[in-house]
Design a protein around this ligand. Structure first.
Ligand code: NAD
Ligand code: MG
Length: 381
């Protein structure tokens, strides 16, 4: 079952774990891409010998080319490079592990070629869920989720005879580092505090999103897109232990859940090997020593991002693209220390209210809503 993988975002948290799984499975690598990390991409390219290595940053790509001279590896840059990596004929699977909306066009390019996309890059589904699903359907492409909640739901839906059988999708949420605090108590929290996630080790942007609960809001939108469910069929429950990765409630009252340790290699491995399951070298969940499992409702007053995301999903059109673009820009400002933690929901709300919603959006409308939302955040800080 040896497959070849194009890995977009190979130097990040998901990217590095994907390479561990690729090593275990003995898969080949067609392309590796990153933003600007010359050193790490060089080391990865020398180990996996892809046909193509891409750095989004042009200057970094020139340096990478110099370092890889003499090897049979082509080096490319920019969005063009990402698109090429996503479209390579030799790649059976494209893993989208880049962070942010920059993953949208490469994801579409992979689906246009009928490839399997192992999708970690949730921002793509948030901004353009319908377009992504429509492209996959039209071209015979396949989307297997890597996000742990969506992978859990995907696994719990195996054997489901049709959408009519499903009553609700229930996404579990760790609650992040600030669980139990009020909105007022969150006013002064620092980037260092927000970057301390209790259960998962992830990239900076998603870790901040997990602290504001925007991550869960984005995941509700992602689930609506992937499983073509209306917002009222999606619920969120706080589950501090991150053992139950999500659940499906069926019409007859049966609830199926997927449990496991907090290890992204499981959903990554499943997305690469589906419909098969490959053995894992990692220790499995030990039911006898794992902590008691608890469930609670989310506090929407303390974490308004969750509610805002669900409202944007109800609005539809380009509303989610504006929400996502504003959030990406606001999180970047927070990480730089330019704005406070609670300015994230304030700036996102401002942008969502100012960017005019377009219905049945084209790719251009989506990119434009994203750009406008970022401008509003830039001006409002
Ligand atoms: P990360 O910040 O650790 O890595 C991001 C990767 O994207 C890096 O390789 C970086 O070089 C690349 N990148 C960033 N900006 C780029 C640009 N402009 N052009 C090209 N490449 C660029 O992020 P991560 O935690 O690995 O998350 C990646 C995606 O997976 C995100 O969408 C995140 O929401 C999703 N996700 C992550 C986890 C997790 O456990 N880390 C879990 C679920 C979903
Ligand atoms: Mg998740």
């Amino acid at each position: 079952m040896e497959k070849s993988v194009s890995l977009l975002g190979s130097t990040g948290s998901i990217g590095r774990q994907t390479l561990e799984v690729v090593r275990e499975l003995g898969f080949r690598v067609s392309a590796l891409t990153a933003n600007s990390s010359v050193e790490l991409l060089e080391a990865q390219a020398k180990e996996f010998l892809p046909e193509l290595a891409v750095l989004y940053d042009e200057r970094a790509a020139v340096e990478l080319q110099r370092r890889l001279r003499g090897l049979p590896i082509r080096v490319s840059a920019g969005m063009e490079g990402l698109m090429e990596a996503a479209s390579l004929a030799a790649a059976d699977i494209v893993v989208t592990a880049v962070v942010g909306m920059v993953g949208l066009r490469p994801t579409l390019a992979a689906l246009e070629r009928g490839k399997r996309v192992a999708l970690a890059n949730k921002e793509t589904m948030v901004c353009a869920g319908e377009l992504v699903m429509e492209t996959a359907r039209r071209q015979g492409g396949e989307i297997i989720p890597v996000d742990s909640e969506h992978s859990a739901i995907f696994q719990c839906l195996r054997g489901c005879a049709g959408k009519g059988e499903v009553k609700r999708l229930i996404l579990t949420c760790s609650g992040g580092p600030f669980y139990g605090r009020s909105f007022e108590e969150l006013e002064g929290v620092t980037p260092a505090e927000a970057l301390c996630h209790p259960n998962w080790s992830m990239g900076a942007k998603i870790t901040v999103d997990s602290a504001t609960l925007m991550n869960k809001g984005l995941e509700c939108i992602e689930a609506m897109g992937l499983y073509e469910m209306p917002p009222e069929k999606i619920s969120v429950v706080i589950h501090r232990q991150s053992v139950v990765h999500s659940l499906v409630e069926y019409q007859d009252g049966a609830m199926l859940a997927q449990l496991g340790t907090a290890n992204m290699k499981l959903p990554i491995r499943y997305a690469l090997t589906y419909p098969e399951r490959a053995p894992s070298p990692d220790p499995p969940l030990d039911l006898l020593t794992c902590p008691p499992l608890t469930f609670a409702p989310p506090d929407e007053a303390a974490f308004p991002c969750l509610t805002m995301a669900i409202e944007s999903a109800r609005t539809g059109g380009t509303a989610c693209a504006a929400l996502n673009g504003a959030n990406e820009a606001a999180v970047e400002l927070f990480l730089r220390g330019t704005v406070g933690f609670n300015d994230i929901p304030r700036l996102v709300e401002k942008a969502v209210n100012s960017v005019k919603v377009k219905w049945n959006p084209t790719l251009t409308d989506i990119l434009e809503a994203d750009r406008e939302a970022r401008c509003v955040v830039g001006q409002g800080r």
